[in-house]
Design a protein around this ligand. Structure first.
Ligand SMILES: [Mg+2]
Length: 211
């Protein structure tokens, strides 16, 4: 761990709770759709879930809020985003861990969330990070091994000098590891198979062992 220069964090499910996303994707969008189509909320929720499922998380559109508002004919996304801002919350250990790592390491965010949502999600913790990368907005791709290599190049570090931590097995763990990054999978479910972290405190202990 002595040669680590840069720590990269996924956003949702890693430093930010899924509450905001839950509110926007599964409450606000179905509510607008219900209103537009004259459906009740439960029906609209089912239709929307089907639409999401049809695209799936391996395609860029899945992550693109503007795509969904335009595809579903819901007008501007801005009022819906604003109405969910109160739902943004961080995991209990997030701020403490970031503030203890920031003096020793450069910290970045590497997320698949588009920038317009990412800046909202990170609003209270953005000052901890030297750069915010959105694979979708900056590189028009999912978090592939190439995305991680481009970030390393942009930051001027070797992948072996980088740690990435995130809660998606494919996008945060396998793909980052394939790029040569020291990847950690965060599993907050408590199932905790070996090598996974149950929260960010464990990452901090690896990097700054208690005296
Ligand atoms: Mg995530």
């Amino acid at each position: 761990m002595r040669q680590i220069k840069l720590i990269s964090f996924d956003a949702e499910g890693t430093v930010v709770t899924p509450d905001f996303s839950e509110a926007i994707w599964h409450e606000a969008i179905p509510a607008l759709y219900a209103q537009k189509q004259g459906l009740d909320f439960a029906q609209a929720k089912r239709c929307i879930a089907e639409e999401y499922g049809r695209i799936g998380d391996q395609r860029l559109e899945w992550y693109d809020i503007e795509y969904w508002f335009s595809y579903l004919g819901l007008g501007s996304s801005e009022p819906a985003i604003q109405s969910c801002m109160g739902k943004i919350s961080y995991y209990p250990e997030t701020t403490e861990v970031l503030s203890s790592l920031v003096s020793e390491y450069r910290l970045i965010v590497a997320s698949g969330t588009p920038l317009e949502l990412l800046h909202c999600l990170l609003r209270d913790i953005e000052p901890y990070f030297v750069r915010i990368f959105s694979s979708v907005s900056h590189y028009k791709q999912l978090k592939s091994p190439d995305f991680y290599l481009m970030i390393c190049e942009e930051m001027g570090v070797k992948p072996s000098h980088v740690i990435h931590v995130g809660d998606n097995w494919q996008f945060d763990f396998l793909n980052a590891r394939q790029a040569g990054i020291n990847a950690f999978y965060i599993d907050r479910s408590g199932k905790n198979h070996h090598e996974s972290l149950s929260d960010l405190t464990q990452l901090k202990r690896l990097l700054i062992p208690p005296i």
